[in-house]
Ligand binder design. Structure first.
Ligand SMILES: [Zn+2]
Length: 67
């Protein structure tokens, strides 16, 4: 049996397929979204522009791929 950590899911927010632990949307507190959208919502809530959000996500992805 698969664990929740390696289950594939589709993010209802951006439509991307992702693996691993989902984030919970801040908009309703229960919708499960992909980690990227979770990061975007967190950055958005502190006033980071979409352009900067993309730059931050690019850095995060680069970091993960390097491991
Ligand atoms: Zn998403």
């Amino acid at each position: 049996m698969k664990t929740a950590d390696n289950q594939k899911a589709v993010c209802p927010k951006c439509g991307a397929e992702y693996f691993g632990r989902p984030a919970i949307s801040r908009t309703d507190g229960k919708t499960l979204i992909c980690p990227d959208c979770g990061t975007r919502e967190a950055l958005d809530s502190i006033g980071i522009s979409e352009k900067e959000q993309n730059e931050i996500l690019a850095v995060i992805h680069k970091h993960y791929n390097a491991e």
